[in-house]
Ligand binder design. Structure first.
Ligand code: BT5
Length: 327
């Protein structure tokens, strides 16, 4: 009910809608309508109420609910259902709990994560209201082996969405996006699978959107940044989020239908922070110098070690660091 009232107010942005009209529409008393208006105000909606005129929406809060992003969303299933939390431990953990029952494309989004996760047990800082901390549930009819490159599909989607907003980024294989050489986006893909079929994939995407310098812990400052820090202005999280979901679906549909990786891998190759660079491959705590040559059609990184040996490395087994630091 609250959502339907909000929809009417949003569809009539510059007009007053009378309490009488709303109570007729929803077959409810005017004080019932007022109760919902009060709830919306508590959520941060600025709703003007003028006697004899009714209600008018003045502004909406900076929150990442479906009602707030859907006007710019043109997907058919990605992001069409959103579980929205003010605070949660980890959106990936929540998404995994509900993954069996939920349909493909369902999202979990939180304004803050108290136990945000990176790969290999690392943590991910997720301050309130400043980023996009979200997880997407996917159920592709693919063999588990083909799912390895889906992190790169997500990276390509985020890259394209940033580009649509005139923000340049580079993709650091396999799961980061860098802006001005520092990490602004991290992706964590988790999967539940049988031998030859996927039960579900949860893709967690963390984007440092409007973090200020002081939101980034001292020990990360040298290698982490935010969009706001690099662009010198606050960025509209709702617009960025809907853009990412639109770009994601555009790449995901052909990937699942035709197992086609060509399009998103070419985005990853053309905007790579890794290819052509000297890297350190860290496997089982052992470090080896190499040069990154390419990303192959399975999404693996093709590297050449100092002794000339060429190897395809799979994202799950290695960490890649630049020869002189993070990139
Ligand atoms: C990642 O791991 O980059 C994956 C991050 C995924 C986060 C999303 S947010 C929504 C969803 N729910 C979750 O719980 N997680 C996902 P990794 O490559 O392991 O990088 C982690 C490392 O990045 C840490 O050890 C820190 O050094 C650094 N780091 C932590 N928080 C950061 C941040 N906000 N921005 C940049 N770097 C960060």
């Amino acid at each position: 009910m609250k959502k339907s009232i909000l929809k009417i107010l949003k569809n009539n942005k510059d007009k007053f809608i009378s309490g009488e009209k709303l109570s007729e529409e929803f077959d409810m008393t005017r004080s019932g309508i007022w109760k919902y208006i009060k709830m919306l105000k508590e959520e941060g909606y600025d709703i003007e109420s003028v006697p004899n005129k009714g209600y008018r929406i003045v502004s909406s809060p900076d929150i990442l609910t479906l009602e707030e992003i859907e006007e710019n969303l043109n997907t058919s299933f990605i992001g069409r259902k959103i579980y929205y939390y003010d605070s949660i431990n980890s959106t990936n953990d929540r998404a995994k709990e509900m993954a069996f029952e939920e349909n493909e494309g369902t999202l979990v989004i939180a304004e803050e994560q108290t136990k945000g996760k990176g790969r290999l047990g690392r943590s991910w800082i997720s301050p309130k209201g400043k980023g996009i901390w979200m997880s997407m549930i996917l159920k592709p009819e693919l063999g588990p082996i083909n799912a390895g490159s889906i992190t790169l599909l997500a990276a390509a989607a985020v890259h394209s969405a940033l580009k649509n907003l005139d923000i340049n980024s580079e993709i650091k294989w396999p799961n980061d996006l860098l802006i001005e050489g520092k990490k602004a986006v991290g992706i964590l893909t988790e999967m539940s699978a049988e031998l030859n079929r996927i039960n579900y994939i949860v893709i967690g995407i963390g984007i440092n959107v409007n973090l200020n310098e002081e939101d980034i812990p001292e020990d990360l400052k040298a290698r982490a940044t935010s969009i706001k820090i690099t662009q010198n202005k606050k960025v509209d999280r709702k617009k960025l989020l809907s853009n990412i979901l639109n770009e994601f679906e555009k790449l995901y549909i052909p990937f699942v239908r035709e197992e086609s990786t060509a399009h998103f891998l070419s985005i990853c190759r053309e905007n790579s922070a890794t290819i052509g660079r000297k890297v350190k491959i860290i496997k089982n705590k052992e470090e080896k110098g190499a040069k990154a040559l390419d990303i192959n059609e399975k999404g693996e990184l093709v590297v050449q070690y100092e002794d000339g040996k060429i190897e395809n490395v799979f994202s799950g087994e290695v960490s890649v660091r630049g020869n002189k630091g993070y990139i």
